[in-house]
Design a protein around this ligand. Structure first.
Ligand code: B3K
Ligand code: ZN
Length: 865
């Protein structure tokens, strides 16, 4: 298989200043006529061949400068033309079958409509083109098709004309012409044709221009687009206020489609979304869904500057747009709601998804050095760790100086295809930071581990803090150099419960010592406050200090972290056998005490309280162990939950009562009470199943919103009895035909604590509503299952077999979705021997499938290495 290396980058030999695309749209036979004006790049190699990428397409005809020609040939799937001059006009015709395009990349059909997905390399499935992000072109697009089937015709930019020309396009057709004035790479091209209705609104930009906004959905869904529209306007305003970025077209269109490989796509002026991140109303969407919509709508909008105006030179630079845009959407969501809660949620995702990636066989730097299939690099590392790396720049520079850096970045590189290095340089120059050593964060994979040692001298009152870092070896990177790690730190006085001011310590060597004075007593250390660096603090903290911080720390994240650490240290000890007998009782008692304090703390808001009472996840716990014992981790965590449910039963019952009395609204208070209401049931379930069932059933039957209904159903799903079956049936009946809610119905069962979750998942694969062609449905069943440790890691190995079977069946249909399921099997090296062998055997079975796609093959072979 061809391995593409970052160091092999060469500037393009040919540029394509303009492209005209003419589409005769039909579901099963769309004709595409593409007119490219090509020019030799004066900075590129001066060869005579023009290479145009293709994938699964054939040319019906090729002309050069108006002459049909046979000076072209196919080289694999690329079309190669010999040219003698510096400037030519090439016209190529292709025919596509969108209805047969199950890969959902390129032009495809979804529910009778046509739409595109071109990032990263989908444009070459539509027409032959230098399909690389550093070739920027002006697009003029003509769409023609049946007026009844495709009343709405959309593409990037501005609609410049529309009409009907039955003589040219056939009876019953109409056409529209769209011009995008902004040169763009092919991955940002988009078209949509279908029967759609729009929710319309407008936004006046900071310079006073009125932008027309529209969110297009299938008829019947328009009432569920209000939240997405409000989120869009809030994002447009925020990007002006915080980053000085104004929108640059007269129209901004969003289309929601139900068959989509990713969450959404930032095509210039025409974002295409998975319906999941657009449609919401209280009856069908949870509070979490509302937040996700706000975040993704903003993310795609923010790409207009960080991604579209300044794009990537090559796909190794993906984090240039994704890391920065994730940071921007995180900052936006923090500003729209509770900043500390948002930070906690973001860190939970980082630790639950990215840390395992960084310690497994698929580890890669945020700017990878090689790939076989770029789709495999849309990862938590490139996105979420990429955001953390830029966040560290904000910590070191402060927000005002950071803004000077981003202003300079946009000014320098507007209209260009840039690199991560360009970004770092602009921040360095604009913010006045020295980022020489910091660049290692772009080069090295692996989560740094920081060890902490504190020495106190009672006579001098001096405290010496000795910090050490190690960056673990990762595939292809055995030796690592130290990286600068900014750690926001405070030292608390034990008596007063206060500290004398926070400092940002930069650990920029293997070992560094920091000294503080004025401490008669050894202080309590609060380190990596706000999670200022994406590292693991490897030294355990005494339980007594954690209890202190859980009560007193004025940094909300650090307070949450202390609670989490208390539980992590206890559970890790239980699993590895070092915490037994009296120590077990003491550990639980300490956790119980901390929980009680949290439940009683009147100064805490309920949204935050809800975060505090979520126990660390099993994947994160597994990360703390050299050898993963999933059954032992699951048992220890469930036992702790039951213990808390029994010992704090009265508090959880009172909490459930109090929160159940709060009426539905989207206020933070009401949302907080909904979060806690279901959390209370989560603890009561293992402690007193009968009471939990009674309460959950009442919550389910009385619910006037999806958050309560889904929360109650989740709890019922984990238990056994007629109430479980009744509620599942009622839920399915009520929402029959609503794909996004039926997805939840699948996920709840596959992700359930129910001991029979494995059996249930197997049966659901045969349910008439299950559909392998729809990625949302596939993920709703199998991603939920693969993320359910108790079911996926069943000692029989059946869970592994199910996922491997899914990969094998799905791969020929939709390889990029199939490849995503390899990750859970790839964790075999750190697994106890029995399961490890079973997982590896499934990977080996897959590796032997001769027809495996490039996507899946790359993930399987890297996982076996
Ligand atoms: N840029 C798209 C990613 C599309 C992924 C295709 N494999 C979504 C986003 O990050 O905004
Ligand atoms: Zn993005």
């Amino acid at each position: 298989p061809a391995i593409i290396q970052r160091k092999d980058y060469r500037v393009p030999e040919w540029l394509v200043p303009t492209i005209d695309l003419d589409f005769a749209l039909k579901l099963d036979a769309t004709r595409v006529k593409s007119t490219l004006r090509v020019e030799r790049n004066p900075h590129g190699e001066q060869g005579t061949t023009l290479r145009l990428n293709g994938d699964g397409i054939t040319a019906d005809s090729v002309t050069v400068d108006g002459q049909s020609t046979n000076s072209w040939r196919m080289d694999g799937s690329d079309l190669v033309i010999e040219l003698d001059g510096d400037k030519h006009e090439i016209v190529i015709e292709t025919t596509l079958d969108p209805a047969a395009n199950s890969q959902l990349s390129g032009l495809y059909a979804s529910n009778g409509m046509l739409c595109t997905q071109c990032e990263a390399e989908g444009f070459r499935r539509i027409t032959f083109f230098p399909d690389r992000p550093d070739v920027l072109s002006r697009y003029a697009v003509r769409l023609a098709g049946d007026k009844a089937k495709f009343p709405v015709l959309l593409a990037n930019g501005n609609e410049v004309a529309r009409g009907a020309d039955p003589e040219r396009d056939g009876p019953g057709t109409h056409w529209a012409e769209w011009h995008d004035p902004w040169p763009k790479p092919s991955y940002l091209f988009a078209l949509v044709a279908g029967e759609l209705v729009a929710n319309r609104s407008s936004f006046v930009t900071l310079s006073g221009r009125k932008v027309r906004l529209a969110i297009y959905v299938r008829p019947g869904d328009e009432a569920r687009t209000g939240h997405a529209m409000e989120s869009l306007k809030a994002a447009m305003k925020w990007d002006e206020d915080v980053y000085g970025r104004e929108y640059d077209l007269d129209d901004f269109n969003i289309v929601a489609v139900s068959d989509f490989n990713a969450g959404a796509m930032e095509n210039k002026g025409l974002n295409i979304f998975n319906t999941r991140y657009i449609l919401a109303d209280p009856d069908t969407a949870t509070d979490g869904d509302y937040d996700a919509i706000e975040g993704v709508v903003a993310h795609e909008y923010f790409h207009n500057w960080s991604g579209n105006r300044v794009t990537c030179r090559d796909w190794f630079q993906l984090s240039l747009k994704e890391g920065f845009t994730v940071l921007r959407d995180q900052q936006f969501s923090a500003a729209m709601g509770s900043a500390p809660v948002k930070r906690i949620e973001d860190v939970r995702v980082l630790r639950g998804v990215q840390f395992p990636e960084d310690s497994g066989p698929l580890a890669h730097p945020i700017r990878p050095d090689s790939y076989q299939e770029i789709s495999n690099f849309y990862t938590a590392t490139v996105y979420n760790k990429g955001a953390e790396v830029i966040r560290m720049m904000t910590v070191m520079a402060g927000l005002d100086r950071f803004r000077r850096g981003t202003d300079l970045y946009f000014e320098r590189h507007d209209g260009e295809a840039a690199t991560c290095e360009d970004f770092v340089k602009a921040i360095e120059d604009g913010a006045g930071l020295d980022l020489k050593q910091f660049r290692r964060w772009y080069e090295q994979a692996g989560t740094p581990r920081v060890e902490v040692e504190m020495r106190h001298d009672a006579t001098s009152g001096e405290v010496r803090l000795i910090l050490r870092q190690t960056v673990p070896a990762t595939p292809g990177q055995p030796d690592k150099a130290p990286m600068p790690i900014p750690l926001r730190t405070a030292l608390f006085d034990r008596m007063s419960g206060r500290h004398g001011g926070e400092q940002t310590l930069i650990l920029d060597d293997a070992t560094r010592e920091f000294s503080f004075t004025g401490f008669a007593e050894p202080p309590v250390l609060s380190i990596n406050r706000g999670f200022s660096a994406p590292v693991a603090i490897a030294t355990p903290t005494p339980a007594e200090d954690l209890l202190f911080l859980a009560r007193h720390d004025d940094d909300p994240f650090a307070r949450y972290e202390a609670m989490q650490q208390l539980v992590v240290q206890h559970l890790v000890g239980v699993v590895n056998g070092s915490v037994t007998g009296a120590a077990l009782d003491q550990g639980r008692a300490a956790i119980g005490e901390a929980f009680e304090a949290i439940l009683d703390d009147r100064a805490l808001d309920d949204l935050m309280r809800g975060e505090f009472v979520i126990l660390p996840g099993e994947t994160y716990l597994a990360e703390q162990l050299l050898v993963n014992e999933p059954a032992a981790i699951h048992a220890a965590r469930e036992e702790l939950k039951a213990w808390l449910g029994i010992n704090l039963g009265a508090q959880f019952r009172a909490l459930h009562d109090r929160c159940s009395a709060v009426p539905y609204s989207l206020s933070p208070e009401a949302r907080g009470s909904r979060k806690l209401k279901t959390q209370a049931l989560v603890y009561l379930a293992p402690a007193d199943p009968a009471e939990a069932i009674r309460r959950a059933k009442a919550q389910f039957d009385g619910a006037d919103n999806m958050t309560d209904r889904q929360g109650a159903l989740m709890v019922l799903c984990g238990l056994s009895g007629p109430e479980r079956e009744e509620a599942l049936a009622a839920f399915h009946d009520r929402y029959a035909g609503n794909a996004l809610v039926i997805d939840k119905w699948f996920s709840l069962q596959a992700g359930s604590l129910n001991p029979k979750a494995l059996e249930h998942t197997k049966a659901l694969a045969d349910h008439p509503d299950f559909n392998l062609a729809n990625p949302n449905r596939v993920r709703s069943l199998y991603m939920a299952f693969a993320a359910n440790p108790q079911a996926f890691h069943d000692a029989s190995g059946e869970g592994y077999r199910m996922i491997a079977d899914l990969i094998e069946t799905l791969d020929p249909l939709n390889s990029s979705t199939a490849a995503r399921f390899v990750t859970p099997l790839g964790r075999w090296k750190r697994m106890e021997p029995g399961r490890s062998a079973l997982m590896k055997a499934e990977l080996e079975r897959l590796a032997a499938v001769p027809t495996l796609s490039r996507d899946t093959r790359e993930q399987v072979s890297r996982s076996l290495d």
